[in-house]
Design a protein around this ligand. Sequence first.
Ligand code: BTN
Length: 145
Amino acid sequence: MVQATPFLLVLFLALGAHGLPAKKCSLTGRWVNDLGSNMTIESVNANGVFAGSYHTAVTATSNEIKVSPLQGSQQKGPNQKGQPTFGFTVNWSFSDSITVFTGQCFVDDDGKEVLKTMWLLRSRVENIKSDWKATRVGNNVFTRL
Ligand code: BTN
């Protein structure tokens, strides 16, 4: 029995955390991204629908930045394994633009939750000839505040 103890210890360490339930990533709460923008996501309902608010640190306009509403949806399918995909729209309250974000909620190697996203920012342009320059694309990484 005494000799079995180190064996069991080695076996446990070799198995690592695989036998334990993996930490899940939850969208609910306050987040900050790599630009310094802050976002609050209220509770996600049973259908995966959520709402919240977004305080961007930057703007493509010369308007005064104001906190803006967001509405989104999280995948509730059976294969999300605690790291769900999601999307949300920010309807900017201080400009004529709309941004859609899509991403996935991950738990990183340190056990920290991180949202990896890509976005499309659609600005209003005066006419169809200007459509080509109306959409910006980028990515943001959010960590929990
Ligand atoms: C506008 O300039 O018309 C509205 C604000 C847009 C802010 C963009 S959305 C994508 C990127 N990520 C942020 O946190 N802010 C910028």
